[in-house]
Write a protein that binds this ligand. Structure first.
Ligand code: FMN
Length: 315
C-alpha cells in the first residue's frame, strides 16, 4: 500500500534536518509524541553510488523500529546515481523516497543539487523519472517556491507536478529567502489550485514556520485541501509539538536522559563525536529559573559522563 495514500488527512511530518533528525533524535521525537511520518536527513546519491561513500551513506540511512513509517530523502544531480540509490532503498525498510530539490546550502548547490535543481528543471525531471522507473516505492519531492522570486513557483511547481510525484512538499520560501522571511502562506491557495488542476493525485504538504499540531490544524481549517503539514524547527521549541501535551520540566529531563542513553548505545557501534550532541541541550534545558546557567555548564562538557554529572546536581 502506498504510504501517502494510507495517511489520514491532515497528516503531520517531521521535516528532514541534516545533523538533527538522525536515527537517535527520531527515536526521541517518537517517544515524546510521534508524527504520522518521518523523513531521514538527506543522503547524497553519488556518495551511495561510490565505493568510498557507500558505508557512510548507509550509516545515514540507518532506521530504528520506532521510525516507521519513514521516507528516505536523497539529493544529487546524477540521474544514474538516483537510479542506483533508489533500488537499494527498497531493501532497507523505507516506505518511500523523497528527492530534495530545495536545499540552499552552498556546497550542495555548487555540486548541482538541492535548490540548484530549480535552475536546471530538465535535469530535475530526468532525476525524478529515473528514480521512479527504478523503484516500486512512491517517489515524492520536497522543494522551495523558486530560486529568487516567490512567483517562480508558477513555472517550477508546474514542471514538478506534471511528473505526478506521489507527494509534493513545498517549503514556502525561495532559496534566496533562506529562512529569513515569513513563509508565504498567502500562496497556499494558488498552489492548491495548481495541484488540483495538474496532478490531483499528488498529496500536497506545506512547510515553513509551522510551530506545532495546533498551528497545523489552524492552517488546515484555512486551507482544507492541503493534505499534510511538515514541522522542522518547531521541534526545537517543543519536542512534543506533534501532540496536544505541554511537557513538564520532568518530562523534558526524562527525554534528555533518553537522548543521552541512545547516544551512548549508538556510540558503541559507530564512531560519533560528542560536540554535535551539545546543540540539543537547549531543547530540554529551557524556560525555568537557572536554565541558562545549566546550559552554559553543559556547553563546557566533553563527554556524556560530564553532562550527566552536571545534570545530577539538578535533582
Ligand atoms: C538544521 C537544519 C537542517 C536541514 N536539513 C534539511 C535536509 O536534510 N533536507 C531538507 O529537505 N530540508 C532540510 N532542512 C529544511 C527543513 O526541512 C525545513 O524545510 C525548514 O526548516 C523550514 O521548516 P520549519 O520552518 O518548520 O523549520 C533543514 C533545516 C534545518 C534548520
Amino acid at each position: 500500500m502506498d504510504i501517502w495514500e494510507s495517511l489520514t488527512r491532515p497528516f503531520l511530518i517531521l521535516a528532514p534536518m541534516e545533523g538533527v533528525t538522525d536515527v537517535i533524535f527520531r527515536q526521541v521525537v517518537a517517544r515524546a509524541g510521534r508524527p504520522d511520518l518521518f523523513f531521514t536527513e538527506f543522503t547524497n546519491v553519488s556518495s551511495y553510488a561510490s565505493e568510498k561513500g557507500r558505508a557512510n551513506a548507509l550509516e545515514r540511512l540507518e532506521i530504528a523500529p520506532s521510525d516507521s513509517p519513514i521516507i528516505a530523502q536523497i539529493w544529487g544531480k546524477n540521474p544514474e546515481h538516483f537510479a542506483e540509490t533508489v533500488k537499494a532503498l527498497e531493501t532497507l525498510g523505507f516506505s518511500g523516497v523523497d528527492l530534495n530539490f530545495g536545499c540552499p546550502d552552498k556546497n550542495v548547490n555548487r555540486a548541482g543539487g538541492g535548490a540548484a535543481m530549480i535552475k536546471t528543471p530538465e535535469l530535475a525531471v530526468e532525476c525524478l523519472k529515473n528514480a521512479r522507473e527504478n523503484t516500486d516505492l512512491p517517489v515524492s519531492v520536497k522543494t522551495r517556491l523558486g530560486w529568487g522570486d516567490p512567483q517562480e513557483y508558477q513555472g517550477w511547481l508546474t514542471t514538478i507536478l506534471r511528473e505526478h510525484p506521489a507527494a509534493l512538499t513545498v517549503h514556502l520560501r525561495t532559496k534566496k529567502e533562506m529562512s529569513k522571511v515569513p513563509a508565504h502562506y498567502e500562496l497556499i491557495s494558488e498552489i492548491v489550485k495548481m495541484r488540483n488542476e495538474i496532478s490531483p493525485e499528488t498529496k500536497l504538504v506545506v512547510n515553513g514556520d509551522i510551530r506545532d499540531k495546533t498551528h497545523a490544524l489552524e492552517l488546515y481549517e484555512k486551507y482544507p485541501e492541503v493534505d499534510g503539514f511538515m514541522i522542522g524547527r518547531g521541534v526545537f521549541a517543543n519536542p512534543y509539538c506533534f501532540t496536544d501535551y505541554m511537557p513538564t520540566r520532568e518530562d523534558l529531563m526524562g527525554l534528555l536522559n533518553f537522548h543521552l542513553d541512545l547516544y551512548e548505545e549508538y556510540s558503541k557501534k559507530h564512531r560519533v563525536s560528542y560536540e554535535p550532541l551539545k546543540h540539543f541541550y537547549k531543547i530540554y534545558i529551557n524556560n525555568f529559573p537557572g536554565a541558562s546557567d545549566i546550559r552554559a555548564r553543559l556547553m563546557e562538557t566533553h563527554s556524556v559522563e560530564e553532562a550527566r554529572a552536571v545534570l545530577s546536581n539538578l535533582c
